[in-house]
Design a protein around this ligand. Structure first.
Ligand code: FMN
Length: 208
């Protein structure tokens, strides 16, 4: 039995981490938190030969699943799609008998090159980032998971190192609060992103 309320699995995907400005730093804030398993999919499967049983065992052993990746073409990097297609099988993840993921929480942690102003109904991309994440949200729903509002870093190209650090600290706080159950999830669901009104959704213990 873990000493933490929730075990967290971070599934991270970035196909060119050596070129990353933002996510390379963000992961340093969470990869060594106790109670968190950090799993880099491109590192584990450079040839895309995903070990399905190993991935399913990992999912079963954790309460909260974090999908962390940059947005590529309004979607995920390819390995996450491959992972969904192979790992989330009928009779295990979904379907009448497929209840392995039931009740687990899913959190998307994403970064976009585009600024937030582009991700508006009347903006250049015509949709909010939450709308672009509908395939993930609905996948979670079909697997009877509880989908949380995403952690979003917009406008990566112009972020300063200080701003990236601030996002990293927020990410760290949210992961620790989710692990310890010190987050007001009902309040969080009132907002489109988990990282916009952080002080409001972290319970006193975590804010202190
Ligand atoms: C192949 C590719 C596709 C991309 N597609 C999008 C996109 O659809 N929307 C967007 O806002 N940014 C897009 N970007 C920008 C990335 O989201 C951005 O570079 C990334 O979030 C920055 O994180 P990093 O510094 O860790 O690489 C794309 C970048 C690449 C390389």
């Amino acid at each position: 039995m873990s000493k933490y309320k929730n075990n967290i699995l971070i599934l991270f995907a970035h196909p060119a981490l050596q070129k990353s400005r933002v996510n390379r730093h963000l992961i340093t804030y969470v990869r060594n938190i106790e109670g968190v398993t950090f799993h880099d999919l491109y590192e584990a499967y450079p040839d895309f030969h995903i070990h399905i049983k190993k991935e399913q065992n990992l999912l079963e052993a954790h309460d909260i699943i974090v999908l962390h990746h940059p947005i590529f073409w309004f979607s995920t990097p390819a390995i996450i799609k491959e992972w969904f297609d192979l790992v989330l099988v009928h009779g295990w993840a979904f379907g009448r008998e497929g209840r392995a993921l039931q009740g687990k929480k899913m959190l998307s942690v994403i970064s976009t090159g585009g600024r937030e102003s582009l991700y508006q109904t009347k903006g250049f991309h015509g949709h909010t980032i939450g709308e672009f994440l509908y395939p993930i949200q609905q996948t979670a729903r079909v697997c009877r998971m509880d989908y949380l509002p995403p952690f979003v870093v917009h406008g990566t190209h112009t972020l300063t190192p200080e701003e990236i650090g601030a996002y990293g600290r927020e990410y760290q706080k949210i992961i620790a609060a989710l692990r310890d159950g010190n987050i007001d999830l009902e309040k969080a669901r009132e907002y489109p992103m988990i990282n916009v009104h952080l002080k409001e959704i972290l319970t006193a213990e975590e804010n202190g």
